[in-house]
Design a protein around this ligand. Structure first.
Ligand code: F6P
Length: 326
């Protein structure tokens, strides 16, 4: 029998659509299994401000369809220091919280991993980020919704690009990961994607753009993953403008609209399954794992693997984009 009686849940880092569905699933599964649940507000910061509230089933009513996170989120500097984490641990004990479910990206799960090691606290991570950059899960909570937002936006951009015979560089999020840019490009029929995982030299880009205009198309759209490695959309647009003054070039940075909106059915179901599995893991005395999904099965990925390993981009996807954008 597990000794755990009360579970704390928090969302941390960049918000992602579906986080609310995950909070709901964690809360209701915990109560179903006879556990108490406490919501910790503003990520790890809630430990310092003591913004911690006992959740009943009705606290999570009517949130499955809402974007953002009812628990709020933050990137907490205090939690980065050992002294800060000691304060967090003391608060946790005072609040009688025995285990933690952290919903967030790699930074948030890194915090959970260190905390679990230092204080022997059972921590379970749920991959909540639009970036889809966590190793060991086919998808992260929020990725599908963000992808659909990108596709909707690029479809609209295509209309105006075609009307004006223009070349658009569309910058999408991803923080050093190219999943949104590459799959967004495939899904929206874009001509190319520039992603940090693969080197796109200027000559290749020129070829792609020229091909785009030379054929039946009279517009070209290139998705660029925001990243210091790619340099971003403006960087490429400036270079193209300098060399090809005949192209009418525009830049759009989609920005934070990618993080908002009602989660897709896929993200709601994913978040519900992962949230329920987090409580199953706690009941089974599992600790320090991220719950992921692989081939439609729940998997338990040790934090060390989920955080340390880079999630690879499939060469096949690069080939599909290249083949279909002729
Ligand atoms: O990690 C999620 C993410 O949206 C990244 O794609 C992006 O680089 C970053 O967060 C933006 O962070 P902020 O909201 O702090 O500007």
């Amino acid at each position: 029998m597990s000794k755990i009686k009360c579970v704390g849940v928090l969302t941390s880092g960049g918000d992602a659509p579906g986080m609310n569905a995950a909070i709901r699933a964690v809360t209701r599964s915990a109560i179903y299994n006879g556990l108490r649940v406490k919501g910790i507000y503003r990520g790890y910061r809630g430990f310092f401000t003591n913004e911690i509230v006992e959740f009943k089933s009705q606290n999570v009513s009517n949130i499955i369809q809402q974007g953002g996170t009812i628990l709020k989120t933050a990137r907490c500097q205090e939690f980065i220091t050992p002294e800060g984490r000691k304060i967090a641990y003391n608060t946790m004990k005072k609040q009688e919280i025995d285990a933690l479910v952290v919903i967030g990206g790699d930074g948030s799960l890194t915090g959970a991993r260190i905390f679990a090691q230092e204080f022997d606290v059972p921590c379970i991570g749920l991959p909540g980020t639009i970036d889809n950059d966590l190793y060991g899960t086919d998808s992260t909570i929020g990725y599908d919704t963000a992808m659909n937002t990108i596709v909707e936006a690029v479809d609209k951009i295509r209309d105006t690009a075609t009307s004006h015979d223009r070349l658009f560089f569309v910058e999408v999020m991803g923080r050093d990961a190219g999943f949104l840019a590459l799959n967004g490009a495939i899904a929206s029929g874009a001509e190319a994607a520039i992603i940090p995982e693969f080197d796109t030299n200027f000559a290749q880009l020129e070829e792609l753009i020229k091909n785009g205009f030379r054929k039946t198309k009279n517009s070209s759209i290139v998705l660029v993953a925001e990243s210091e490695i790619t340099g971003g959309a403006i960087h490429y647009a400036e270079r193209v403008k300098k060399v090809y003054s005949q192209y009418d070039v525009r830049v759009i940075i989609l920005g934070h609209i990618q993080r908002g909106g009602s989660p897709t059915a896929y993200d709601r179901i994913l978040a519900s399954r992962l949230g329920a599995a987090a409580i199953d893991a706690i009941m089974d005395d599992q600790r320090n794992v991220m719950i992921g999904i692989e081939h439609d099965e729940i998997v338990y990925v040790p934090f060390s693997k989920a955080i340390k390993n880079d999630k690879p981009i499939k060469q096949e996807l690069i080939n599909v984009l290249k083949t279909l954008s002729i």
